[in-house]
Ligand binder design. Structure first.
Ligand code: MG
Length: 370
């Protein structure tokens, strides 16, 4: 089997509501998504989606995916998409780094392998757990009552996990946010306080120590792994690392040095499932729990993340995400897993299990053939 044709689509994904991170420092309204269709000489095709969360969140951006794919194409056409680590190696040689540009290609290859094996990707990753995965809401930063209103809205839809965005330079306001939301947290609910790198070491120490008795988990409370390692020494609250977990080397350092208790694995950032499954294994070997999420995107990106999430035993799996619920557009109506009662559950459809309506993607912006 050989890759014979690669079609690339660009699609803007407007958010239903403007979204604020880092205590209001970063604003997001539209996501730039890239969809990739890999066709083979035997008639099987696979789909991938790469959707960074804007271009200010992490070093990844929509046009960069499409430029990266153009560079990768000579290393991909004619290759067997089922041989995932040969594809991975070919991409890493052709274009070192730029993991976010490789993720949609990797995703489409997994989709093809699953169809060929007649298994969902979660089974290829080791075996699908039958229980669904809790979905975390994503709560834009703002006044405490505004944030609680967002959580209340998600609660009505069955959500029990929430990622509340904090991280302003006003440490008193962050302390107020956390105390207010914890006061109104319901039994059995998880609220993760996501700083998205915004704090200095000093700010992290002030806020985390002020609320240490609440036992809440903070995600990415500093800019770098070095910052978080120092914040770790200054505080006692559990810590999740998200944006600074990119490579396998990052994962092994975090695990061995005890920098964090939780991994936040985002598929687009880490380069797709082939690389992400290694991060999963490092986490489980070190007693580290895991959030698995798309960086952003439609039901396709959510589904890729849900496959990995459902390959993880529940004692290690905290939550995944349903970014699709934050968008005004759906590129695969009636297809793929949706968030039901606060959970996403993969079915037994071989491969990815979701295919976009090509009519909704428009014409490809690039087509490459052998
Ligand atoms: Mg995060």
């Amino acid at each position: 089997m050989k890759i014979s044709r690669i079609s690339v689509y660009k699609k803007d994904l407007p958010l239903k509501d403007p979204y604020w991170l880092s205590g209001g420092r970063l604003k997001f309204e539209v996501l730039d998504a890239t969809f990739v269709k890999l066709e083979t000489d035997v008639g099987v095709s696979g789909w991938g989606e790469g959707t960074p969360w804007g271009h200010t969140y992490v070093p990844a951006h929509g046009p960069g995916i499409r430029a990266g794919i153009e560079t990768l194409v000579p290393a991909l056409l004619g290759q067997d998409p089922r041989l995932l680590e040969l594809i991975e190696r070919a991409m890493d040689v052709q274009l070192p780094g730029h993991l976010y540009a490789k993720q949609p290609i990797d995703m489409a290859c997994w989709d093809i392998l699953g169809q060929v094996c007649d298994l969902p990707i979660a089974d290829l990753l080791g075996g699908k757990r039958d229980n669904g995965t809790p979905v975390a809401s994503s709560v834009s930063s703002g006044e405490p009552d505004y944030m609680l209103a967002i959580i209340d809205d998600y609660r009505k839809r069955g959500y029990v996990a929430h990622s509340a965005k904090v991280g302003g330079s006003d440490t008193a306001k962050d302390i107020e946010r956390i105390r207010y939301l914890e006061k109104h947290r319901q039994s059995g609910e998880i609220i993760l306080y996501d700083v998205n790198r915004a704090w200095t070491r000093c700010e992290a120490s002030i806020v985390m120590n002020a609320v240490s008795s609440l036992g809440v988990t903070f995600e990415q409370p500093g800019e770098t792994l070095d910052d978080i390692a120092e914040i770790r020494k200054l505080t006692t609250s559990p810590i999740s690392v998200d944006e600074s977990l990119v490579t396998l080397q990052d994962a092994t350092r975090i695990a061995r040095e005890g920098i964090a208790d939780v991994f936040g694995i985002k598929l687009n950032r880490v380069g797709g499932l082939t690389k992400a499954r290694r991060l999963r294994d490092v986490a489980m070997a070190h007693g580290i729990q895991i959030f698995v999420m798309a960086t952003g995107g439609t039901v396709m990106a959510d589904t890729e993340a849900a496959h990995l999430a459902q390959s993880i035993p529940s004692e290690f799996m905290r939550a995944c995400w349903s970014c699709q619920d934050m968008l005004t557009v759906d590129i695969a109506p009636g297809s793929g897993p949706r968030c039901k009662a606060g959970h996403i559950t993969i079915d037994d459809t071989p491969g990815l299990g979701v295919t976009p309506d090509e009519g909704l993607l428009g014409d490809p912006v690039a087509v490459y053939t052998v």
